[in-house]
Design a protein around this ligand. Structure first.
Ligand SMILES: *[C@@H]1O[C@H](CO)[C@@H](O)[C@H](O)[C@H]1NC(C)=O
Ligand SMILES: *[C@@H]1O[C@H](CO)[C@@H](O)[C@H](O)[C@H]1NC(C)=O
Ligand SMILES: *[C@@H]1O[C@H](CO)[C@@H](O)[C@H](O)[C@H]1NC(C)=O
Ligand SMILES: *[C@@H]1O[C@H](CO)[C@@H](O)[C@H](O)[C@H]1NC(C)=O
Length: 267
C-alpha cells in the first residue's frame, strides 16, 4: 500500500508505534515468564548432580556447582615440624636430617672457602640410596656410614662407610670430614683404608666396574669418645663435599651379639 498525504502518514505512524509497543510488552512478558520458570532449574540440576555424585558407580565431575556444598577440609591437627622431621629421618636413614634441621641457620664449615657443611641441595645422588663423590681417579657411590666401636677393632672408634668404587685397588687419597653435635667446623682426617669386601674369584674383578668397599675413617684422638652425627667423604681436605652420610650407631641394648647373615648378589 502506498501512503497518501500527510494525515494518512501520521495515522500509519501511530498504528505502527502502538503495534510496536504491544509487541514489546508481549515479548517482555514472555521473557519475564520464561525467566521465572528457568530460575529454579539450575538448583534442581545441581541437586540431581549432587545425588548422582554420591552414587559411586557414576562419576559426574562438576566444577561449577558445588558452592552449596561444605568443602571437605582435612581438620586433623597438622603434625609439628619436629614430628615431620623425625618421620623423614625414619624414611631416609642415611641422611642426617635431624642434624641438618638443627643447624640449618648456622654457618658450618672450616671457613667460607674450606670444607663447608653441605646443604641437601649440594649432595649428589645416584638414586635414593647412593651418594656420589667424583675424585681425580675414580667415582665413589656411598651407601651408609656405621660407627665401629668394637673392642677388638685395633683402629679404635672408626666410621666405616659402605660404598662402591669403580676401581680395583684404588690409589686415590681421600679425606673424611666428621660433623659433630655443637661443633661448627668439621674434624678432618685422611681415610685409612679401602677394604675390599668381595672375593676376586666371584667375578667382576675388572678396572672400571664398581666394586664394593668398606672405607675406614678413624675418628681422631680427642674426638673418639663422641659419636659423630655425619660424615662426608672428599678428595682434598678443604673440598666442599657432595656427600653427607648420617653415622648409624645402633648399639645393642644388652651388649649381646646376635647371629646374622649377609646376602650378596653375584650377578
Ligand atoms: C680456611 O681454612 C683453611 C684450613 O684450615 C686455611 O688453610 C685457609 O687459609 C682458611 N682460609 C681463610 C680465608 O681463612
Ligand atoms: C688410578 O687408579 C688406578 C687403580 O685404582 C691406578 O692403577 C692408576 O695408576 C691410577 N691413575 C693415576 C693417574 O693415579
Ligand atoms: C677440591 O679442592 C681442590 C683444591 O683444593 C680443587 O682443585 C678441586 O676442584 C676440588 N674438587 C671439587 C669437587 O670441588
Ligand atoms: C667451597 O665453596 C666456596 C663457596 O662456594 C668456594 O668459594 C670455595 O672455593 C669452595 N672450596 C673448594 C675447595 O672448592
Amino acid at each position: 500500500m502506498i501512503l497518501q498525504g500527510n494525515r494518512g502518514g501520521r495515522f500509519m505512524t501511530k498504528i505502527i508505534t502502538l503495534g510496536g509497543l504491544w509487541a514489546l510488552i508481549i515479548y517482555t512478558a514472555i521473557q519475564f515468564r520464561s525467566v521465572r520458570i528457568d530460575v529454579p532449574m539450575p538448583h534442581m540440576n545441581s541437586r540431581l548432580l549432587l545425588q548422582k555424585r554420591q552414587d559411586t558407580l557414576t562419576r559426574h565431575d562438576s566444577t561449577t556447582e558445588s558452592n552449596d556444598l561444605e568443602p571437605s577440609v582435612d581438620k586433623r591437627e597438622s603434625p609439628s615440624e619436629e614430628k615431620l622431621i623425625l618421620d623423614i629421618q625414619d624414611r631416609l636413614p642415611n641422611l642426617p636430617i635431624v642434624y641438618w634441621n638443627q643447624h640449618k641457620n648456622l654457618p658450618m664449615g672450616m671457613n667460607n672457602t674450606c670444607a663447608r657443611f653441605p646443604s641437601i641441595f649440594d649432595l649428589q645422588f645416584n638414586n635414593n640410596y647412593w651418594q656420589t663423590v667424583e675424585t681425580s681417579n675414580g667415582t665413589f657411590h656411598l651407601f651408609g656410614a656405621y660407627l665401629d666401636k668394637r673392642k677388638n677393632n685395633r683402629l679404635g672408634p672408626t666410621v666405616r662407610i659402605l660404598g662402591m668404587i669403580d676401581r680395583i685397588e684404588p690409589t686415590v687419597i681421600t679425606h673424611c670430614q666428621f660433623w659433630f653435635d655443637g661443633k661448627k667446623e668439621p674434624v678432618i682426617t685422611k681415610s685409612f683404608e679401602y677394604k675390599y669386601v668381595w672375593y676376586k674369584k666371584w667375578g667382576n674383578y675388572k678396572q672400571g666396574i664398581f666394586q664394593p668397599y668398606l672405607i675406614a675413617c678413624v675418628i681422631p684422638q680427642g674426638y673418639n669418645a663422641k659419636v659423630p652425627q655425619s660424615v662426608s667423604l672428599v678428595e682434598k681436605p678443604c673440598n666442599n663435599s657432595t656427600t653427607n652420610l648420617r653415622v648409624i650407631y645402633n648399639k645393642p641394648k644388652d651388649e649381646k651379639k646376635k647371629d646374622f647373615a649377609v646376602c650378596v648378589k653375584v650377578r
